[in-house]
Design a protein around this ligand. Structure first.
Ligand code: SAM
Ligand code: SF4
Ligand code: SF4
Length: 343
């Protein structure tokens, strides 16, 4: 009698707060060519920090990992870093991940400095959505915010190259810090109005242990939205899906969309369906996790074994850091660094 080939069993774990696993952020490298003060300030993470290229998952391992996560319900995958465009042959990895059954949405977050060089190859590899971080338009300010490493003209050239390469969605992320770049909000809005790109302002978060975060530096999204709406009236838009992190608006005059991510003032843990895997294969179930679980050793056993392990880990998850931020900070607990988990 012939054996009938059954489809791979699908696991759909819920965590302890009833949240399914839907999104995965995969960091492909922890190193970066910038030293943004809110992420890896140069005095804490110097140039010779000792990043370990051998410790990074291979492309084979990453594909197995993503296949395993797709089996437990992941449909959205975002590639991040460090700076992902520093990972050699990234388009070859993108091409493999774009073909993984179940992955419906593949995106990449980059600081944009090397995008002009790689946009076409990434698009040809099957990437359709890009998020480019950009905290200032003013060249001097941009350079300072990048830890004296970046040139805003490179990022703008990268955006032009991405548009020419035919990306269907290009988002611009700006992390706003009071007194450092909040005066850049209106120029950025003006620049991207009518461009077809969606600008999103992100509240400055207390991720990691390097950035000496303090609440006074956070510009609440509501305040920023009022500033922008006073110049260009805004109309709220319905979320695309439950759990969307950005509050979406459109310009009343038809100049497109703008968004606000109020991760500090209006936490969205209740709808957090996201896991993060660092470049060395460590799983983190929260951006503010104190520690993670290494998965690399399991990858040799294949995607089914990985899926079972991830399902078991996810079903134990109870993270909701942003909803309990005050109490948690008071205890001064350890937190994973942003450049390891990639935002
Ligand atoms: N290097 C890439 C980049 O900058 O786009 C990808 C990795 S970076 C860690 C991902 C995102 O996290 C960026 O948009 C960055 O601005 C954001 N980010 C880093 N530290 C942050 C913080 N303390 N608060 C809010 N966002 C932060
Ligand atoms: Fe690098 Fe991105 Fe972190 Fe800036 S935010 S230091 S570009 S990883
Ligand atoms: Fe998700 Fe943790 Fe952020 Fe809450 S604090 S939204 S659980 S990553």
């Amino acid at each position: 009698m012939n054996a009938i080939a059954l489809p791979a069993p699908q696991l759909r774990p819920l965590d302890r707060l009833g949240r399914p696993l839907h999104d995965l952020r995969l960091s492909v490298i922890e190193a970066c060519n910038f030293r943004c003060g809110y992420c890896m300030p140069a005095d804490r993470v110097p140039g010779d920090y000792g990043f370990d290229a051998a410790g990074r998952l291979s492309f084979d391992e990453m594909e197995t990992l993503v296949r395993g996560f797709a089996r437990v319900g992941v449909r959205k995958l975002r590639i991040t870093g460090g700076e992902p465009l520093l990972r050699r042959d990234l388009p070859a990895l993108i091409a493999r991940l774009a073909r993984v059954p179940g992955i419906e949405d593949l995106a990449l977050t980059t600081n944009g400095s090397l995008l002009a060089r790689h946009a076409r190859a990434l698009r040809e590899a099957g990437l359709r959505r890009l998020t480019v971080s950009l905290d200032a338009l003013d060249p001097t300010r941009f350079r300072a915010l990048s830890g004296d490493r970046g040139d805003v003209a490179d990022v703008l050239a990268g955006l032009d190259a991405a548009q020419a390469a035919g990306f269907s969605s290009i988002k611009i992320n700006c992390v706003v810090q009071r007194g450092l770049n909040d005066d850049q909000a209106l120029p950025l809005a003006e620049h991207f109005r009518g461009s077809g790109h969606v600008l999103r302002f992100i509240e400055y978060m207390d991720v990691g242990t390097c950035n000496d975060w303090n609440r006074e530096r956070v510009v609440p999204s509501a305040e920023l939205r009022e500033r922008i709406a006073a110049r260009w009236p805004l109309v709220p838009l319905a979320p695309h899906y439950r759990g969307e992190v950005a509050e979406r608006y459109r310009y009343a005059d038809g100049a497109g969309e703008i968004g606000f991510v109020a991760s500090v003032t209006a936490p969205f843990c209740g709808d957090c369906h996201r896991a993060r895997v660092a470049a060395d294969g460590t799983l983190y179930t929260c951006l503010f996790a104190a520690g993670g679980t290494p998965l690399r050793g399991l990858l040799g056993e294949g995607e089914a074994a990985l899926a079972e392990r991830v399902a078991a880990l996810w079903s134990r998850r109870a993270d909701r850091y942003s909803e309990v931020r005050g109490a948690e900070r008071a205890r001064n607990r350890r937190r994973v660094e942003m450049f390891l988990v990639g935002g």
